[in-house]
Design a protein. Structure first.
Length: 304
């Protein structure tokens, strides 16, 4: 079952060192990032979720290349390197993937294949499974199921996720996650225990955009863009003009916090992004939110 504890609120954002800090500060001042100083970026009183650079050539999506190799579009590689430097300066461990769905270029950092706590990002997998299986069976979603789907994605409702997970067969649903891109996921007996990689999450959001039926894709895109204001950080923290959509996740993790974001942005959902973190010792929820939001912003500032 999910861990029920409150996010840490009221802490001033950590000082961001060096040139990257200047870049992120400029983004905050221009309104492109939505992490207010001194506030928790999750819903007030919300339960916690349960829970080197490398580049692939355009058109590939295999394991990360060794650090230092670069065949992607130069701009994407430069952005990725800057985002990785920002994340490293924040402490802990961060995995990063960004893909251009038009050119096929993919940039990954050295931890893109590392397993992190998925927390509520796995709810996107539950949603995809629900829609794919309902369509295959020719059974439209009833009002109660559609309401649970909406609450699970837009408000990260754990109770709704529990109900949909149980309806889908529990561990059987976990076993199906690999079909939708979570090929390296472990702990899939319950949705709150899943660990996966940023590469997994990028494949999942790409599946939602590229392999679901047109109507189901529209449902998923609409829900991912309709997340409640208190959870609009990570990919959702970029400027609204980028038309972002995402599912975020957060959970206490061994004396720190694991915080993650997966989603898309740009015209016709051009870019897919996944960032997953394991915070430094003593890290908190707000710090994790600042890390993933600053990382995404550094990746995409001026790109869309």
């Amino acid at each position: 079952m999910p861990v029920r504890s409150r996010p840490v609120a009221g802490r001033r954002p950590a000082r961001v060192p060096g040139v990257i800090g200047v870049v992120v500060l400029a983004v905050v001042l221009t309104g492109s990032v939505a992490v207010p100083a001194g506030t928790a970026a999750g819903p007030a009183g919300a339960a916690a979720d349960p829970a080197g650079s490398a580049v692939s050539a355009p058109g590939t999506a295999g394991p990360a290349a060794s650090a230092g190799t670069s065949t992607a579009a130069p701009d994407l590689a430069v952005r990725g390197t800057a985002a990785d430097a920002f994340a490293r300066a924040r402490g802990g461990r961060t995995g990063i993937v960004i893909r251009d769905r038009v050119t096929g270029a993919v940039w990954r950092n050295a931890d893109a294949g590392t397993a992190f706590r998925a927390a509520s990002t796995v709810k996107l997998g539950i949603a995809v499974d629900l829609l794919v299986r309902s369509r295959a069976a020719g059974i439209p979603l009833d009002p109660a199921t559609r309401a649970a789907l909406t609450a699970m994605i837009t408000a990260s409702d754990n109770g709704a996720a529990d109900r949909l997970w149980a309806r889908a067969g529990g561990p059987a649903a976990g076993a199906r996650l690999a079909r939708y891109g979570l090929r390296d996921a472990i702990g899939t007996g319950g949705w709150g225990g899943v660990r996966c990689t940023p590469d997994d999450l990028e494949r999942l959001v790409s599946y939602a955009l590229e392999r679901t039926a047109v109507a189901d894709r529209a449902t998923l895109v609409g829900l991912l863009r309709a997340v409640v204001p208190a959870q609009r950080w990570g990919v959702l923290g970029v400027a609204a003009t980028a038309a972002p959509g995402a599912k975020n996740g957060w959970t206490p993790d061994g004396g720190s916090w694991a915080v993650a974001t997966v989603g898309f942005l740009g015209p016709a959902e051009r870019y897919t992004v996944a960032v997953m973190t394991a915070g430094p010792p003593g890290g908190d929820f707000v710090g994790g939110v600042e890390t993933v939001t600053g990382t995404v912003t550094t990746l995409v500032l001026g790109l869309v």
